[in-house]
Design a protein around this ligand. Structure first.
Ligand SMILES: *[C@@H]1O[C@H](CO)[C@@H](O)[C@H](O)[C@H]1NC(C)=O
Ligand SMILES: *[C@@H]1O[C@H](CO)[C@@H](O)[C@H](O)[C@H]1NC(C)=O
Ligand SMILES: *[C@@H]1O[C@H](CO)[C@@H](O)[C@H](O)[C@H]1NC(C)=O
Ligand SMILES: *[C@@H]1O[C@H](CO)[C@@H](O)[C@H](O)[C@H]1NC(C)=O
Ligand SMILES: *[C@@H]1O[C@H](CO)[C@@H](O)[C@H](O)[C@H]1NC(C)=O
Length: 643
């Protein structure tokens, strides 16, 4: 039975091979010395491969038994791609004579079947890159492939079922520089497993089940990925030797404490996001004074933890940090007062914390360009806090509870407002959902805003001069969900305005200023617009490219001009499906795309016909009555005559 099972695929492959017309490559693509035979249901390589073929792509075929025969006795390959076949057997020693074979991709096959037979594939004489991912390999099985691979530099064992890395796993492949073990179930790494790999610079252990690293001592490693494990602690050995680690990813683990990093390190990238850090302590002892050796760090992500505070001293050694992400924690107050702390930082993300207090001292954060503060509890801030940030360009303040100062207001007049005037580089300002009540005149004077988002502040009372000063800079203005029934601010002087969002308001007529503007994108979704002034639409059409109009109670027959514009101009209406109008007589909703001018004319004609019919009926009834009347009279007459 077993023999039959083995024979059957062989027979089929022989039949397939013999049925092929001779001296004719099946529909493989030949590009110079590269042959692409992907996805052709092949059971073996075409037997008339051009002489000297360097790259053979046999991925996504039906290969089962990888032998000299199935590779058509060619040995000169440099690159062999056998990804996604059904290979469960490899002829031992097959690669021994392939002295040019540098890249071998065996991913997505059934090599666990081969490994179970405990046969060694023999020397991988020249192979530098080997992909064994998705082969159902479990612990120890990689030994049959790696035992003699002296030049192997790049190895992928991703998506297998390996639970343990033994200390001899890589003893036959001492040239390894990169090992990927992503998506296995590694729980144990024997001491010394990587020690003899002097060239190892990249190790990807992400998505495994590792719970802790206690004596990290891979001095030459540059990239270590431990993301998506169950790590509770990461500790390096106490050593004064220099580590070359540049990037350490510890995200999505269960770390309670900050990792204990080597004293002498060159770490540039550290990701500890999505863990359970409650403080930045390295151990459970809060009194222990730890110094952090992170002089080279550029990127630090501690988002999605449970940090309640970060003492300023934490940043004292991070002179080169450029990105700090501490979003989604429980930080109540944040303060930088020393101008040497975070001197190079460009981006700080403090969004979604519970910040009530934020302090930036004089001459601090001079390089800060983007500050994310959305989703906090900020109500009062130092009046001039943002003016002190000379490089600030993007300011995200949505979902707070701030008030905006008038340009001439001093701190005494209104202690709890924050000023947005004279911030020399601020271009993007997000103030949506702040419960803003008023927007005073000249609120942004001398601040070169390009984008202003004031959405979700229902009932916001905008001074008619609130946006003055933005004439030559403002391009995007967002006023969504502000319960605006008529906009009292004349925006026609905003010469650069291109993009206006007025959706989800109560507008009943088009604001007149849009007539003189050069708006390219206008959003009027979900308002109360019944008729659109045709002359306004006509002028708008010159500049307009995108118009959102859905969910308005438009009248069909009173907006034929608009209809014409939608159908004949280059204006795109992305929500055309939702642009309906009310077809007068029957109060029927008609999609504007289905409306034709004739429908409205026909409606007129129909009315006329109905009127004529009604009049005719009335006349007939009157006539009928008259005739009847005369008739009875006559009868009476005749009766009397008879009597
Ligand atoms: C694979 O092919 C070789 C040579 O043709 C043969 O000896 C071997 O039995 C085959 N193995 C399997 C598992 O089909
Ligand atoms: C290593 O191998 C993987 C998978 O085969 C490949 O994606 C990657 O580009 C290779 N890297 C190097 C440096 O050769
Ligand atoms: C680490 O691995 C995870 C999961 O594969 C990946 O999403 C992440 O980008 C990797 N980290 C780095 C720094 O490359
Ligand atoms: C900070 O991290 C959060 C969560 O991963 C992410 O959504 C956000 O984009 C990051 N912030 C920055 C500025 O990269
Ligand atoms: C929206 O405005 C209307 C009057 O125009 C008012 O009755 C209503 O309370 C306002 N709603 C909100 C949430 O401010």
């Amino acid at each position: 039975m077993a023999a039959f099972q083995l024979l059957f695929p062989l027979l089929v492959s022989c039949v397939a091979a013999s049925s092929r017309p001779p001296r004719h490559l099946p529909p493989c693509q030949v590009v110079q010395m590269n042959v692409f035979c992907s996805d052709l249901s092949l059971r073996s390589a075409p037997d008339n491969l051009p002489h000297g073929v360097q790259m053979l792509d046999l991925s996504r075929n039906q290969m089962q038994n990888l032998t000299q025969e199935t590779l058509a006795y060619h040995t000169g390959f440099r690159h062999l791609n056998l990804h996604s076949n059904k290979i469960h057997f490899i002829q031992p020693g097959l690669f021994k004579d392939m002295t040019d074979l540098k890249v071998l991709d065996l991913s997505r096959n059934h090599l666990n079947v081969f490994a179970r037979s405990k046969i060694n594939i023999g020397p991988l004489t020249a192979v530098e890159s080997l992909d064994l991912s998705s082969n159902g390999l479990y612990t120890g099985m990689s030994d049959y492939f790696l035992a003699d691979s002296p030049l192997l530099a790049n190895l992928s064992l991703n998506s297998n079922s390996i639970t343990k890395i033994a200390n001899n796993t890589f003893s036959g492949s001492l040239a390894l520089t990169k090992i990927s073990l992503h998506n296995n179930v590694i729980m144990e790494i024997e001491g010394g497993a990587f020690d003899s790999l002097n060239h190892l610079t990249e190790l990807d252990l992400s998505k495994n089940s590792i719970t802790c690293i206690t004596d990290f001592n891979l001095y030459n490693l540059k990239l270590l990925n431990l993301s998506k494990n169950s790590m509770e602690s990461f500790q390096s050995t106490e050593s004064n030797d220099r580590y070359h680690l540049l990037s350490l990813d510890l995200s999505e683990n269960k770390m309670l404490y900050f990792p204990l990093l080597p004293k002498k390190n060159m770490l540039k990238y550290l990701d500890v996001s999505r863990n359970q850090l409650q403080s930045i302590n390295v151990t459970g002892n809060p009194d222990e004074n730890t110094t952090f050796h992170l002089n080279h760090l550029r990127y630090l992500d501690m988002s999605f933890n449970q940090l309640k505070s970060i003492p300023e001293s934490f940043f004292s050694g991070m002179g080169l940090l450029e990105v700090l992400n501490v979003s989604n924690n429980c930080i109540g107050s944040f303060s930088i007062t020393d101008k040497f702390h975070l001197r190079r930082v460009k981006i700080i993300d403090l969004s979604y914390n519970s910040l009530q207090s934020l302090t930036f001292g004089k001459n601090t954060l001079q390089s800060l360009e983007k500050l994310f503060l959305q989703g906090n509890d900020l109500t009062t801030l130092d009046h001039q806090i943002f003016r002190r940030l000379p490089s600030i360009k993007h300011l995200h303040l949505q979902q707070n509870d701030l008030k905006i100062c008038a340009s001439d207001q001093s701190h005494q007049d209104s202690p709890d407002c924050v000023s947005f005037t004279s911030i020399p580089n601020l271009q993007y300002l997000y103030l949506s959902d702040n419960n803003l009540r008023t927007l005073p005149a000249n609120a942004f004077a001398n601040t070169p805003l390009i984008l202003l988002d004031l959405s979700l502040n229902p009932g916001l009372d905008m001074d008619k001069d609130s946006l003055s000063g933005l004439e030559h800079s403002l391009v995007h203005l967002f006023l969504r969900k502000n319960n605006i029934s008529s906009l009292n601010t004349d925006l026609s002087s905003l010469r650069c305005l291109r993009d206006v969002d007025l959706s989800f308001n109560q507008l009943t007529i088009l604001p007149t200023w849009i007539k003189t503007s050069s708006i390219e994108s206008l959003n009027l979704q979900n308002n109360n617009l019944v008729t659109l002034d045709y002359s306004t639409m006509l002028t708008l059409e010159h500049s307009l490219k995108i118009l959102y109009m859905g969910s308005n109670p438009l009248s069909c027959c009173r907006n034929l001009g608009f209809l014409h514009m939608v159908q004949h101009s280059a204006v795109v209406v992305p929500d055309i499906e939702k642009v309906t109008c009310i077809y007068e007589e029957y109060s029927e909703l008609v999609n504007i795309g289905n409306l034709t001018p004739e429908m409205c004319h026909r409606a007129g004609i129909q009315n006329y016909v109905v009127l004529v019919v009604v009049i005719a009926l009335l006349v007939m009834i009157v006539l009928g009555l008259l005739v009847r009347c005369c008739h009875t009279r006559k009868r009476k007459h005749s009766r009397s005559f008879r009597a």
